[in-house]
Every structure is written in C-alpha cells, then in structure tokens.
Design a protein. Sequence first.
Length: 364
Amino acid sequence: WLTSDNMHHQWLLLAACFWVIFMFMVASKFITLTFKDPDGYGAKQEPLILTAVTKVEEVHVPGEKHWPEESQPTGKAFSGNLIRQPLVHMERLELLRNVCRDAALRDLSHTTVSKFVLDRIFVCDKHKILFCQTPKVGNTQWKKVLIVLNGAFSSIEEIPENIVHDHEKNGLPRLSSFSDSEIKKRLNLYFKFFIVRDPFERLISAFKDKFVHNPRFEPWYRHEIAPGIIRKYRKNRTETKGLQFEDFVRYLGDPNHRWLDVQFGDHIIHWVTYVELCAPCEITYSVIGHHETLEDDAPYILKAAGIDHLVSYPTIPPGITVYNRTKVERYFSGISKRDIRRLYARFEGDFKLFGYREPDFLLN
C-alpha cells in the first residue's frame, strides 16, 4: 500500500507540473497579444523608439522666434523616466518630432511664433500650465478647466456660458500679454498641451457651426464671410442658395485664399491649420491630445499636469468624440477630386504631424 500511495503522490505532482506549464503558456500568450499593438486608437503612427526623448529637434529659421526647452515640464507624470508615459503619448510626440525634421514638409509644418500664435495660448500661472486653443475640438471645456484652476470660479458648473469666451471676464490671460522674457520662461518651464482632431472632420464641424447653425452672436459668418466666398468661388453664379460645403472647400483649398482672408480680418481661427494656431514644431509641447480618444486623454492630461486632484474634465456625451467616417464621406461625395486634393495639400501638415491617415476617397 506504500507503493500505491507513492504512485498516487507522483501522479498528483506530475499533474500539478503540467497545470503550471499550461498556465504559464496562457499567460505568455496573453502578454504577447496585449503588447503587440500598443496604440489601440487606430491612427497611423511611426514605430516607437524607446530611447527617444519628446523634445522636438531645434530647427532655426531666419526671422522666426524659437524658444527651446530648458528643463522638464512640471507635471507629475514627467518627474521620472519618460518610458513610464503611456506608449501612445510617446508615439505621438515621436511622430511629431520626425515630421518636424522632414525637409519635404517644412513649409507645411513650420511657422513663426508670432503674436497670432501667442494669442492662442492661455496661461495658468498658479499651476504652470499653457493651453493652446484649437477651435472645434472641445476647447470650451478645457477653457472651463483653466478658469477654475485660475480661481475665477470654484467649479465648472458655476461658470456662465457667456463668460467662457469673454476674455476680459474669464480670468484667462493670453501668453501674448507677457513680456518677451516672461513668455520665454513660461514656454521653457510650463506644462504645455493642445488637442487635435481629424482635419477634415474639424472643417465639417466649423462649416456646420458657422454657416449652418450660425450662432446669433456671430452673424458676420453668414452675412459677410459667406457672401464673399460665394462671389469668389461658386461656379454656378445663378444659384441663390446659401453657402454650400463645396464652396467652402474650394475657398479653403485655394493657394491664394489669404487674399480673401484679409478682407475678413485675416486668420479665421476656426479653419486655419493646427500648425498656424500652435506652432508645434517651434514650441515643445508636453502632451498632444486627440479628440477621438478624449475619454482617455483628458484624465491623462490632468494627471500629467498634476491637477487631477483639483478638477475633472466635464462629462463627455457618449459617441460625441468618435470619428464619423460616414459623415465625412457624405460631405465630400459631391466635391471634385481636384478641389479635395487642393484642400488636402493645404492641411497635409496637420495630417502628417498628428498621424491622421489620408482619406480613402482621395486615394480611390
């Protein structure tokens, strides 16, 4: 009976060994699948280089202001090794750095750090944060976050909607309001971020907001800008309907569109490029959020800036940030390939810098 008992124990031990080996194989497979594709957002990204730093290589252009980074941002997520950042954010910054170095795209990726750019950047001195405004990507909510952080209101819910964009009352100073030395200091030391969105979907949003819905407090879009675009770019002059998306695309894709922009007051922020708005190749940003992944990016930005314990990003309605391919294709379905290609040529820098794929309907 001793022999039988020993054999029983041996069989139990053998079964246990097989079980451990099986679980190890399952765990290994799970780990492989989990880390096979670190970017689950679907945007085209450059290969990840783990040894790369996030600083954009300094490129000096005659006549341009360029303020290089002198120290790491103050956000909590940047206090240790950069590899601790989520891989998707490392990839975005690495992609930006690579495209900024691409000489073939230089005219589309570089701009002067002018007063226009500095006017787009809002300052929170108390928490050392700079936020560059890129309209039609949920910027109103980020401005509310900064208004609370600056102390003008104690909570986001208390902020009246008419105050958010009233820059004399919302307590948000622009970077352009500081001296050159103070601007340099803030650009060198503060946590800096902005949000991007598929460039064509952003243009659709701008068109709908300014020319279809047309807020009552912005009548000039419908009554001044729209007629100007129609007179210049509508092919069939006998049509009397309001501004159509086709007219809008033809205007934006015109290499000489600035001639008309000057009549409107120059630089209409709702549809100029991200490059023109935020100078991403001249200013070293800490984080670039994507509208399509804002549910994940907003908490990350708050934590990286060290303010997640002070304020929360407002609740995002379900599905509002999802890229709507069907909508984009529908809007561009009746537009000539020539006009679409000219529009893409203007916004190619935005597509390449932030990993957005060239639209399929442009390739077919």
